[in-house]
Structures are given as C-alpha cells and as structure tokens.
Design a binder for this molecule. Structure first.
Ligand code: DX5
Ligand code: ZN
Length: 226
C-alpha cells in the first residue's frame, strides 16, 4: 500500500478537501474525485476544541472509504489525537496527520500511527516554526504546512508559508529524509506553482476545486500549474 500511496510523479499530488464538497450529495463529489487526476482524498476532522469548528468524524470517514477509490488522507484537527489512532485505521484512513500543537508525545504518536499500518503526518499551524520538527523529521512520512489558520475552508493564503516550505525542504534534504511536504489552505492557480517551486509535494485544495465550474478540470490545472 505504501508504494501505491507514494507513487512518484513529477507533478504534485493533489488532495481535494472534502470539507468544501456538497454534503447533501457527497457521492457525486466522491465520484468526481475518483474519476479525476487527483491522487488522494483529504478529509478534515475537527472537534470544536482544537479549532473553532466541528466538521465530521468516524462514520463519515468510513462511508467515504466505501465509495472512494483513492487513499484517504485524514487531517485530525483535534486535541489528544492519540486517543483515536486505532479507530481511524479501522475506518479506512491511509494517511493520518496529527497537529504538532495538539500532541504532547508526538514521537510516540507518529510511531503508533505507523504501527497501525498508516502513513504518519504532522501538521504545523501558521505560527509554528518549521525548526521545531528537527528531532522528528525522520519519523514523519509527511509534514503538513497549514497556510491558513485551521478550521475553515475558503480563507486567504498566508504568504509566509512559502518561506516555511523552503526551510522545510532544506531541513528534509539536509537529512536525506524522504518526508513529503503537504500544504493546506488557500491553494489555487496563483499559489500552487509557487508552492511547488518552494518544495511542496502535495497540494490540498478545497474551495478552488469544489467552487470551480469544472472541478475535474481545476484539479488537472492545479496539477500542471507552473
Ligand atoms: C482547513 C482545512 C483545509 C481546508 C482547505 O482547516 O484543513 O483542508 O479544507 O480549504 P481551502 O482550500 O478552501 O483553503
Ligand atoms: Zn486539512
């Protein structure tokens, strides 16, 4: 599964964020992603405590698993995420990302995620310096750089994220690590090429995809944005 998930491509992996999909007709949006050039589904789980919003939880992740034909990239915006690692594995998550700011024992949590057979990600909020990851960079399969404050789709991209991705790229390369860089928030045709040039491997896109007249075409355009 790991090789399949990390299938190498020249262009970035695109992970449409289901938070911006039509919750009254999720099936249609899932099928659109299935048939598109996107590689992953990005699922945002929020608890109303770590972030000022509540989205969806296990039953919805499980339902999406039945219909989705691509890996599920689950982004946990919840406190004490270590409580639910096994449950999300059972729901069919392929990649599980926890927040640095929510994980007291991050090293242990990352390894617990891997032990459950998932790829392990760590997300950092806009105010969290990349260098705080120095001692866990080899333990994470991916680092998710939040380029907006987590909690909502459709927010304005925080420009500083570009410099953070460049620093993260330098850190990863200096250690000869394989850690992937994912960016989440405000990804569109203007920011995507700059993010890829800075070193991003995975682009999460909510509003720009699901708000587009032709979402599948937008996915392709984001993938090829130069
Ligand atoms: C925000 C979520 C994002 C969100 C991105 O907290 O983590 O995944 O859906 O939405 P856009 O692409 O609209 O900024
Ligand atoms: Zn997200």
């Amino acid at each position: 599964m790991e090789n399949e998930i990390l299938e190498n491509t020249q262009s970035p992996i695109i992970a449409p964020s289901i938070l911006s999909a039509d919750f009254c007709n999720l099936q249609a949006d899932i099928d659109m992603v299935n048939q598109s050039a996107a590689e992953w589904f990005h699922l945002d789980v929020m608890d109303g405590e770590f972030v000022p919003n509540i989205s969806f939880g296990m039953p919805v992740v499980k339902a999406i698993r039945f219909r989705a034909e691509k890996p599920l990239d689950v982004h946990l915006m919840i406190v004490q995420p270590e409580r639910y690692i096994t449950r999300f594995a059972e729901c069919g998550a392929d990649i599980l990302t926890v927040h640095y700011e929510a994980s007291t024992h991050l090293h242990r949590t990352l390894h617990q995620i891997k032990d459950e057979g998932m790829l392990a990600g760590v997300a950092i909020n806009p105010h969290t310096p990349v260098m705080l990851l120095e001692d866990v960079i080899e333990d994470a399969d991916l680092v998710l750089v939040m380029s907006v404050n987590p909690g909502f789709g459709g927010q304005k991209f925080i420009e500083r994220s570009i410099a953070k991705i460049e620093m993260l790229r330098a850190l990863i390369d200096s250690r000869n690590a394989e850690t992937l860089i994912e960016v989440d928030g405000g990804v569109n045709l203007e920011t995507a090429p700059r993010l890829v040039a800075a070193g991003a491997d995975i682009l999460v896109a909510g509003n720009s995809v699901f708000g587009a007249d032709k979402p599948a075409e937008m996915i392709m355009n984001l993938k090829n944005a130069r």
